[in-house]
Ligand binder design. Structure first.
Ligand code: NPW
Ligand code: ADP
Ligand code: K
Length: 454
C-alpha cells in the first residue's frame, strides 16, 4: 500500500548530501537526474521541436543536461535561460550545452516545453512577468513537462506562489515532494512520474499506492473474516451507507445498531439495542448519522466503553472536540477539514505535518480527508493519496469511507493499513463510478475495485 517516498526540500538536500558524503559526484548526480528526465521526455515527445527553460540553480542545470541528451537523440532543441547559472554543477551543465542560449522573455514557443526554471530551491514566487511568460509558453505548447516541480509551487506546502500553468507531466527527481501530492499544487500536474536518480531517499512519508489484498481462504467463515458493528443514530441513512461499505470492504458480517425501519442491504443485520459486548466484534464504527444531542453523546460513550478497535467519524469527532484524551489508542479518525480544525485547532505546517501532529496528539491513525487525503499514524508513518475524483465531493461519500475503514480494520486488524486500503478503495470505486455518481453508487463499484487488487 505504500508507494514512493515523499521528501521535503530539506530532506531531499540531506539525502543528496549523504550521497555526496558517500562519494557520489555532485555533477554526476545532475547527469543522472537529467538523463532520467530526458528519457521520460523522449518517450513522450520523440522528435518534436522542444524549448527548454533553464533557471539559475540546479534545476536549470538539469535542464541543460536534458537539452544536450535530447539533441544527441536528434530532437530539435532550443534552450532559453532566466539569468546566468549560479551553482557549480549548473555552470558545468551549461558549459556542456554546445548550442545557443536564448533569453526566456523573448524566446519563441515550441511544440514541447520543458520547465527547468526552479525546483526545490524556489524561495518566493516568480516575478510577475516571468510567471506570465512561463504560462504563455506553456499555453502555446502541445506537450509540457515540469522538471522536479512546476516553477512557482512551494515544495513543502503545495502552495502556489505565482501563476503556474497546467503541466501534462511532472518528473519528480529521486522522490516525490509534498507539492506533488498536496493541493493546490498537485492540481496543476496531470501525470506525475517518479524518476530514480540512484540515491537513497529514506523517510516515513510515502505516496499511497494500490494495496495488495487477499481473498478469504477455504476455511473462512463470517466471523473469521471479521464482524463490524456500526452504531447509528439520528440520521439512519448515513449509518446504513457506512454499514453497506463495511460489508463490501470484505468484512464477514456487519451489524447496524440503529432504529428499525431503515432500508439497508439485506445482508446487514439490523439490531436496535446498543449491545456492543460481543467479543467477536473486530471493528466498531461510530459517527455517521449519530447526531450530537445528549442521546448521541451517550451512544458514543457506550461505544467507546466497549473497548473494540474503533473508527470515529463525523458527529463522533465533533462530540470529541475538546476531549481528544477520550479517543482510544489505535482508533482510526476520519475528519474532513472542518472536523479536523474542531478537533485539533490550527496546527502549523503542511497538511502532512498537521496530520502527523494530530496522529501523535491523539494516538490514533488520522485520515485527514480532502482531494489530497493524508493518512498519518502516531509513529510518524504517513501515506498521501493523489488524484481522488472531485466527484467525491457529494453527500455521503465520507460515510462510505468510514465504513470502508471499519471493514478493512475488521479484516486486517491494522489501523494504518486498513485506513490506507480504505482510502485507496474509495478513490478506485469513485474512478470506476465515473461522473455525477452518488455515494450509494460507490458500493456497487467496490467489488470490482477489490477484485482488481487480489
Ligand atoms: N536534491 C537532489 O538530490 C537533486 C537535485 N537536483 C536538482 O536541483 C534542484 C534544486 O536546485 P537548487 O537548490 O539549486 O534550487 P533551484 O530550484 O534550481 O533554484 C534555486 C535558485 O533560484 C533562485 N531563486 C529562488 N526562487 C527564485 C525566484 N522566485 N525568482 C528568481 N530566483 C529565484 C535562488 O537564488 P536566491 O535568489 O533565492 O538566492 C537560487 O539561485 C532540484 O529541484 C533538482 O531539479 C538534481 O540536479 C540532482 C539531484
Ligand atoms: N474535491 C474533492 N476531490 C476529491 N475527493 C474529495 C473532494 N471533496 C471531498 N472528497 C472526498 O469525499 C469524501 C467526503 O467526506 P465528507 O466531507 O465527510 O462527506 P459526507 O460527510 O457528506 O459523507 C472524503 O473521502 C473526501 O476525501
Ligand atoms: K521546474
Amino acid at each position: 500500500m505504500v508507494g514512493g517516498p515523499v521528501l521535503t526540500a530539506a530532506q531531499m538536500r540531506a539525502a543528496e548530501q549523504a550521497a555526496f558524503d558517500a562519494g557520489v559526484d555532485d555533477y554526476g548526480l545532475m547527469e543522472t537526474a537529467g538523463a532520467a528526465a530526458a528519457a521520460i521526455i523522449w518517450r513522450a515527445g520523440h522528435r518534436r521541436d522542444t524549448l527548454i527553460l533553464c533557471g539559475p540553480g540546479n534545476n536549470g542545470g538539469d535542464g541543460y543536461v536534458i537539452a544536450r541528451i535530447l539533441r544527441d537523440h536528434g530532437v530539435p532543441v532550443r534552450v532559453a535561460a532566466l539569468g546566468e547559472s549560479r551553482t557549480p554543477s549548473g555552470q558545468r551543465a551549461r558549459a556542456a550545452w554546445a548550442g545557443p542560449v536564448e533569453d526566456m522573455m523573448t524566446a519563441a514557443p515550441a511544440t514541447q516545453l520543458v520547465d527547468a526554471l526552479f525546483g526545490t530551491g524556489l524561495a518566493r514566487g516568480l516575478d510577475e512577468g516571468v510567471a506570465a511568460r512561463l504560462c504563455a509558453l506553456a499555453g502555446a505548447a502541445v506537450l509540457t513537462h515540469a522538471v522536479d516541480l512546476p516553477s512557482g509551487v512551494e515544495t513543502d506546502s503545495g502552495a502556489i506562489l505565482s501563476a503556474v500553468p497546467q503541466f501534462g507531466t511532472c518528473i519528480a527527481l529521486g522522490a516525490y515532494k509534498p507539492a506533488h501530492l498536496l493541493h493546490p499544487a498537485a492540481g496543476v500536474v496531470a501525470r506525475l512520474m517518479l524518476a530514480d536518480i540512484g540515491i537513497a531517499t529514506p523517510g516515513t512519508v510515502r505516496r499511497l499506492a494500490a494495496p495488495k489484498l487477499a481473498a478469504p481462504d477455504a476455511g473462512a467463515h463470517k466471523y473469521s473474516r471479521g464482524l463490524v458493528a456500526v452504531v447509528g443514530g439520528a440520521m439512519p441513512g448515513a449509518a446504513a451507507l457506512a454499514a453497506g461499505a463495511a460489508a463490501h470492504a470484505g468484512a464477514g458480517m456487519v451489524r447496524l445498531h440503529a432504529a428499525a425501519g431503515q432500508a439497508i442491504p439485506h445482508a446487514i443485520v439490523s439490531q436496535a439495542a446498543d449491545d456492543l459486548t460481543d467479543p467477536r466484534i473486530r471493528a466498531l464504527l461510530v459517527g455517521p448519522g449519530l447526531g450530537r444531542d445528549a442521546q448521541a453523546a451517550q451512544r458514543l460513550a457506550r461505544a467507546l466503553a466497549a473497548g473494540h478497535p474503533t473508527v470515529l467519524d463525523a458527529d463522533a469527532l465533533m462530540l470529541l472536540a475538546g476531549a481528544i484524551e477520550r479517543i482510544p489508542a489505535g482508533a482510526i479518525l476520519t475528519p474532513h477539514e472542518g472536523e479536523f480544525q474542531r478537533l485539533f485547532g490550527d496546527l502549523p505546517g503542511s497538511k502532512i505535518d498537521r496530520a502527523l501532529a494530530a496522529a501523535r496528539k491523539s494516538g490514533a491513525v488520522v485520515v485527514y480527508k480532502g482531494a489530497d487525503s493524508v493518512i498519518a499514524a502516531p509513529d510518524g508513518r504517513a501515506a498521501v493519496a493523489r488524484g481522488a475524483s472531485p466527484w467525491l465531493s457529494t453527500a455521503g461519500t465520507g460515510d462510505v469511507l468510514a465504513g470502508l475503514c471499519a471493514g478493512r480494520l475488521a479484516v486486517t486488524g491494522d489501523p494504518f493499513r486498513a485506513a490506507g486500503e480504505a482510502v485507496w478503495l474509495h478513490g478506485e470505486a469513485a474512478r470506476r463510478a465515473g461522473a455525477a455518481f452518488v455515494a450509494d453508487d460507490l458500493l456497487g463499484a467496490l467489488p470490482a475495485a477489490i477484485a482488481a487488487r487480489l
